[in-house]
Design a protein around this ligand. Structure first.
Ligand code: IMP
Ligand code: MG
Length: 173
């Protein structure tokens, strides 16, 4: 069962607002957007096109492997991006921040490269369940602890191509 949570138009309007906010915050600068694959891919494409300051793009991959309980997940962050980010203004772009452990692992890795500044942007933020010390600056939508798909987000690699964000029920994430 899939119920629509955020329709295409609603997402587009929100992403346009975020683009405006980022364009104002980074006026006179050239940020590097670093997308966290694969969930970021639709959000990244839409957000980048709503930002009016010059920008560069890079991607990083991270995957979590379940070792039983959720807290035991191992997060494997892929190789550092090719694009040098030392001294740059970095915006990490995530599709969803759930416990926040994936985003945290990516930020920790990128911090080693000594960017000038680093912020986190996410389309979906599960604030109630997220680590309290991880606060994304740019949030599309805050949701409760439920599993969502579409607009880049998957369930078992499916549904990333849906043009809306939906809630799935009836199966184990
Ligand atoms: P974390 O708990 O914030 O580290 O999220 C772990 C990863 O699980 C995310 O990067 C996503 O790949 C995936 N994930 C968490 N919540 C959802 C969801 O609601 N829909 C789809 N994927 C999710
Ligand atoms: Mg996934």
């Amino acid at each position: 069962m899939i119920d629509i949570l955020f329709k295409r138009d609603e997402i587009a309007a929100r992403v346009a607002e975020l683009g405006e906010q980022i364009s104002a915050d980074y006026a006179g600068r050239t940020p590097v957007l670093v997308g966290a694959l694969k969930g970021c891919f639709v959000f990244m494409a839409d957000l980048a096109r709503q930002i009016t300051v010059p920008l560069e793009l890079e991607f990083i991959s991270a995957a979590s492997y379940r070792n039983g309980a959720k807290q035991d997940d191992t997060i494997a962050v892929g190789p550092s991006p090719y694009l040098p980010i030392r001294g740059r203004d970095v915006i990490v772009v995530e599709g969803v921040v759930d416990s926040g452990r994936t985003a945290e692992a990516i930020l920790r890795r990128l911090r080693l490269e000594e960017p000038k500044s680093m912020e986190l942007a996410t389309l979906i933020y599960k604030k109630e369940v997220c680590k309290k010390d991880l606060i994304p600056k740019y949030v599309g939508f805050e949701i409760k602890d439920e599993f969502v798909i579409g607009y880049g987000l998957d369930y078992s690699q499916l549904y990333r191509n849906l043009n809306f964000v939906g809630v799935v029920s009836g199966f184990d994430k």
